[in-house]
Design a protein around this ligand. Structure first.
Ligand SMILES: Nc1ncnc2c1ncn2[C@@H]1O[C@H](COP(=O)(O)OP(=O)(O)OP(=O)(O)O)[C@@H](O)[C@H]1O
Length: 666
């Protein structure tokens, strides 16, 4: 199988902490009474991942069989897309092998009939000779076809996996941000990623299924000719193993779906323990044993699930074996009866035994391979569901063109709530204007909706109610590609790409040819020359800790590189979300100076910051409070009005002028 959840560490279905309590005792660190009071004791906290109980999927035998042809077809389509000549070779070689087996069986039948017939041994051998030569020739052909199929399958499999993976990644990258943040879609992304490997494995399973089917048809044909009662008996002999294999596979698949997110959580916890970003806290706060206990409790509940599946598989297997045993005895008893009553000749009975053995071997192989194929096909099915779902949630292509030189962006009664059960929408009935070519600041306390507002402006989310207009063009119908083209953004949590410093800047506009001049001027615009100069290999230094030659930057240094990236993008609207949070006082002044200079060139800047001293240079300030717009105006107007802005401003100013209380001695 190779799916992680089979061998993986799962979170419990309901609350992993009970398990943690039972098993963590021996490994708990010394915890003081005060810590017990503070944290409710070790391991009383759930990590928050084990709160979902997924319903088992509705799948039945008939549905599985019905889905199989379409899934097989999709696997073949992928193979065709990946490498046509190889796909053709595999198909031809396997059909050839199946036919060869049929010819072989017929030749064996002839040999037996000739050998048991009347006449001298010499005559009988001579009579059997052509059929024996056929058997040898067919044997040789089978070997050659097998070699051709092995080679073509080996060539085809990695290509199929690559094509499927590329499709998966391409679709995943083209969906709306809201889809990526949606739990259900993320679960689909999780399960679908196994589809590419499954598509790869389906190639050889499909080949063997084709082969087994043809040789089974041959054996069944021979048996039917020998005696009509033999075919139903052969089917009865093999049905139980078919039923048992499919039942076990279905259970495994259901279990996989129910546990896939637990598996991801378990994997995440395990990787947290080795992650460089978590390493300091793990050591200083002693988080290691806590994570380890959770990892263990997840593993143990996962093991319990695996044990449950194994118990059911053993029971199903036993039942099927008993059924097969009875059917086998019945088959041979029928054969014996036919012989004893003289209803069947000895030579025919001999061929019947060979045909039954060949037939049941083919049927067994068919069931086994079909089962494996079915199991893989289910995962390919997940991948196909993702393709469909991703297409539904894809960022739309095309739309109304944006005005070339708009004068303003206007939000009209915009309301937006994140999915889930938030107490209030992140933005509520917001109406405001962003005049282009100016510096507009968004101000407000934590969680007031500033970042959400700029994400809506950038088209990352669509308003639930209200409109966002570029002059008179509604962004709901506008060309999203064009909208993104115009925006350059330094998000609060901008991506620190594990590439060189040069790429970290030039990735601001990957479609542009990265000229040294453009990279250097962007670095200069962001005041990041010193950051680059200090790097061991300048712009060509790899910024990825943990890789040979990799280097790490400080938070402030990264921030300047992030600003350089946005400058490199040369978007019409520059959105900077907390651009100076990690900068020292001098660097902060410098960055705001640069931002002001940008505005002088006609660049629109939307600035989110808590440093109100820096907001003084803004042309317009919008103040948000709990998702609502509460004030708008120039900084001077807002200070004069004495509202929220003035209050926050006074609070910050006070910090520099307020007297520090002296500590009493002793
Ligand atoms: N991806 C998300 N999913 C769900 N809720 C979110 C998400 N991002 C933000 N929120 C919620 O939306 C509200 C507004 O958040 P937002 O990040 O816009 O505030 P902010 O004013 O930028 O805050 P800060 O000053 O702390 O950056 C908050 O209540 C926050 O919890």
């Amino acid at each position: 199988m190779g799916k992680t959840p089979d061998s993986n560490k799962h979170t419990p279905r309901k609350g992993g902490k009970e398990h943690g309590k039972d098993h963590g005792k021996d490994h708990q660190p010394e915890i003081s009474d005060s810590e017990v009071l503070l944290f409710g004791g070790p391991l009383r906290y759930d990590t928050g991942w084990s709160q979902h109980a997924d319903a088992f999927l509705e799948l039945n035998f008939r549905a599985m069989v019905r889905r199989l042809p379409s899934l097989l077809a999709s696997s073949f389509r992928l193979a065709w897309q990946a490498d046509r000549p190889a796909a053709r070779t595999v198909l031809a070689a396997e059909v050839g092998r199946g036919l060869a087996q049929a010819v072989n069986l017929l030749a064996v039948n002839t040999v037996l009939a000739r050998l048991i017939a009347d006449g001298s041994v010499e005559d009988r051998l001579r009579g059997a000779a052509p059929a024996l030569v056929t058997i040898a020739a067919v044997g040789l052909l089978t070997v050659l076809l097998h070699a051709a199929s092995t080679y073509a399958t080996g060539r085809l499999e990695p290509k199929v996996e690559r094509v499927a993976t590329e499709l998966y990644l391409e679709r995943a990258a083209s969906v709306e941000l809201a889809a990526i943040e949606d739990d259900a879609f993320h679960k689909l992304l999780d399960t679908a990623k196994y589809g590419a490997q499954s598509a790869r494995r389906m190639i050889s399973y499909s080949a063997r299924v084709v082969n087994a089917m043809i040789s089974l048809v041959a054996a069944a044909g021979v048996l039917t000719v020998l005696h009509p009662a033999l075919l139903p008996l052969l089917v009865t002999m093999t049905l139980p193993s078919a039923w048992s294999s499919l039942t076990i596979a279905r259970r495994r698949y259901e279990s996989f779906h129910a546990w896939v997110q637990h598996a991801r959580a378990g994997y995440l916890i395990g990787s947290l323990l080795t992650e460089p970003e978590a390493a300091p806290e793990i050591r200083v706060h002693g988080v290691g044993p806590f994570l380890l206990r959770h990892f263990r409790s997840m593993s143990e509940t996962a093991e319990a699930e695996q044990a449950r599946l194994a118990r059911l598989a053993a029971r199903t297997g036993l039942f099927a074996a008993a059924w097969t045993g009875i059917a086998t005895v019945a088959t041979y008893a029928t054969l014996g009866g036919l012989l004893l009553t003289g209803a069947m000749a000895l030579s025919v009975a001999g061929t019947a035994v060979i045909a039954i053995r060949t037939g049941s071997a083919s049927l067994d192989t068919l069931v086994l391979e079909l089962n494996a194929l079915h199991e893989e096909a289910l995962f390919v099915g997940d991948m196909e569901r993702l393709y469909v779902e991703a297409a539904k949630r894809a960022i739309p292509v095309g739309g109304e063109p944006l005005p070339t030189n708009p004068s303003e962006i206007r939000l009209e009664n915009v309301t937006f709530a994140y999915p889930g059960k938030a107490a209030r929408p992140a933005l509520c009935d917001v109406t405001l204007t962003v005049p282009l070519g100016k510096i507009v600041a968004l101000v407000g306390e934590n969680g007031s909706g500033k970042t959400t507002l700029v994400k809506l402006l950038s088209g990352l989310y669509a308003p639930d109610r209200g409109r966002i207009l570029w002059d008179d063009v509604d962004t709901a119908t506008a060309d999203r590609q064009q909208l993104a083209e115009r925006i350059a953004m330094v998000a609060q949590d901008f991506k620190r790409w594990p590439f060189t410093a040069r790429v970290n800047v030039a990735v601001g506009r990957p479609s542009a040819a990265p000229t040294d001049e453009r990279v250097s001027s962007s670095v200069a615009e962001a005041g990041a020359q010193d950051v680059v100069a200090d790097l061991p290999r300048g712009l060509d230094t790899l910024l990825a800790r943990g890789f040979s030659g990799g280097h790490e930057l400080s938070g402030g240094q990264w921030q300047r590189l992030g600003i350089a990236r946005a400058a490199y993008r040369r978007g019409h609207i520059l959105i900077v979300d907390e651009p100076t949070a990690a900068l020292d006082a001098r660097a902060e002044l410098e960055v705001f100076e640069k931002i002001r200079a940008l505005a002088d060139t006609g660049q629109t800047v939307i600035l989110i910051t808590h440093r109100l001293a820096s907001v003084r240079h803004a042309d317009l300030v919008h103040v948000l409070d709990q998702g609502r717009l509460v004030e708008s105006g120039t900084p001077e107007e807002l200070l004069a009005t004495g509202g929220v802005y003035a209050e926050l401003y006074a609070l910050q100013a006070e910090q520099f002028t307020a007297k520090v209380p002296t500590r009493e001695a002793g």
